[in-house]
Design a protein around this ligand. Structure first.
Ligand code: PLP
Length: 459
């Protein structure tokens, strides 16, 4: 087997400004040990997120020039609509400016006090929009998904036994919607099997609960199905995608993920009454139904990106990048989530830095160490992001201490990924010298974005 190459060449480049460890120490200190406070130009390899950070293709840029900016009924909208109808089989398409705008509209209509939304795992903005409506979001992840370093093929699956018993217990009339997130972003980018999608759909139909797919990484999920699920090896990605959506009543989408766009999203569905309510809200929050918060040129870029993302050469390279990095790290003994997810590699910071207790933020300490060592920016998904305080002001730690290295689409090459592996391994070899952090300033909500921290010196 030959090396799997990046199936593209580079037409336009952006500089990476190289800095030294001493300069980065200064930058990190000025940023109060919070990588969200570091300027992008001070980062060598930016793995903060895969959202909105994709490189667009020459076709997408050409499409941008073709964008029809008419207020109503633009050509670009019709191309956007037809593409999504073709790919998903969902007849009604409503553009929005990004994923959470779709969620805001959907859950404003379906949500409210006393209601439950069931999911494998709700993404943060999805959960936030559900809770903002007064409803409750319930994650019913399968057991395999709860053990980061134990491999299994479909760790994003929903636990269908608990799904059935939950619907029985609370009554379907209190459950307006079930949301399957593919791949499961908050659960490590792990895929959901076709069998699970089919079974969740069957249970939902039996109980008359509609089922939507949070489709941000639908193509990456389809690739995993093709690779790992019996009976799908010879099916095309387009075919698999179509089958995935055939079980759903609709979807929410962020085009900042699997559409290679820098902004955008949509809602798609079968129910025309629900669609009318959505469009009513759309016009007061996003815009007229044929642009919904986007420029015509964005609609073009998304329509083209949605087809490009289903290319098998691309998906093979994409998923291989995560496996490649995971394998290199595992070979060096670094504790890493297994198997590799679709869009990111997750380090288990609790196992990486066992000498740092959760109250001293091992994930954040590790993320800072990676920046110091090689200018690699990652994000902590642990106690800084999800920790709380009890009545006595003691830290209640998050369930896991993870560091996510999300890989932007079509942006970095194999040598960049090799460099990242070298940086992580070097930090791993020096891990005993890494110190914990304490918070010196924080806000009440989403504190990880803005908190100021300082190193703890125990000696
Ligand atoms: C990014 C994301 C969203 C929200 O989309 P935005 O475009 O960031 O608003 C929703 N669900 C999942 C699974 C995501 O990854």
């Amino acid at each position: 087997m030959k090396t799997i190459i990046e199936p593209f060449r580079i037409k336009s480049v952006e500089p990476i400004y190289v800095n030294t460890p001493a300069e980065r120490a200064e930058i990190l200190s000025k940023a109060h040990y919070n990588l969200f406070r570091v300027a992008a130009r001070d980062v060598l390899i930016d793995l903060l997120t895969d959202s909105g950070t994709s490189a667009m293709s020459s076709e997408q840029w050409a499409g941008m020039m073709r964008g029809d900016e008419s207020y109503a009924g633009s050509e670009s909208f019709f191309r956007f609509e037809k593409t999504i109808q073709d790919i998903t089989g969902l007849p009604i398409v409503i553009p929005t400016h990004q994923g959470r705008a779709s969620e805001k509209i959907l859950f404003s209509i379906l949500g409210g006090k006393g209601k439950y939304f069931l999911s494998n795992t709700l993404f943060d903005t999805t959960r936030a929009n559900i809770e903002y409506s007064g409803a409750e979001g319930i994650d019913l992840l399968c057991e395999a998904g709860k053990h980061p370093t134990v491999p299994a093929p479909f760790k994003g699956n929903m636990d269908t036994t608990t799904l059935e018993s939950f619907i029985k217990e609370k009554g379907a009339s209190h459950i307006p919607l079930c949301v399957l997130t593919v791949t499961n972003n908050s659960g490590g980018g792990q895929p959901v099997s076709m069998e699970n999608i089919r079974e969740v759909s069957r249970i939902c139909k039996e109980n008359r609960v509609p089922m939507f797919i949070d489709a941000c990484r639908f193509a990456e999920n389809a690739w995993f199905i093709k690779q790992r699920e019996p009976g799908y090896a010879n099916r095309s990605i387009g075919d698999i995608v179509r089958e995935m959506f055939s079980y759903a009543d609709g979807c929410t989408m962020s085009a900042k993920k699997d559409a290679f766009a820098n902004i955008g999203g949509f809602l798609a569905m079968r129910d025309s009454e629900l669609a009318m309510d959505c469009r009513n809200l759309l016009v007061i929050t996003e815009g007229f139904p044929t642009y919904g918060g986007l420029a015509g040129r964005d609609l073009e870029a998304i329509a083209i990106g949605l087809r490009e993302v289903m290319d098998e050469q691309y998906l093979q390279y994409r998923i291989r990048s995560m496996e490649y990095l995971t394998e290199k790290l595992m070979a060096a003994g670094v504790p890493v989530m297994q198997p590799a997810g679709g869009h990111a590699v997750y380090l288990d910071a609790a196992a990486f830095l066992p000498h740092i207790p959760a109250s001293e933020l091992p994930g954040q300490a590790l993320a800072c160490a990676l920046y110091l060592e090689g200018g690699v920016r990652s994000v902590e998904i642990g106690t800084l992001m999800f920790g709380k305080y009890d009545a006595n002001g003691h830290t209640v730690p998050a369930q896991m201490e993870l560091v996510r290295m999300a890989v932007p689409r079509r942006v970095y090459t194999q040598s960049h990924i090799d460099y990242v592996a070298e940086v992580v391994i070097e930090v791993f070899q020096k891990r005993d010298n890494i110190k914990g952090l304490r918070i010196i300033e924080e806000s009440a909500l989403l504190r990880h974005f803005t908190a100021k921290l300082a190193p703890i010196d125990n000696k």
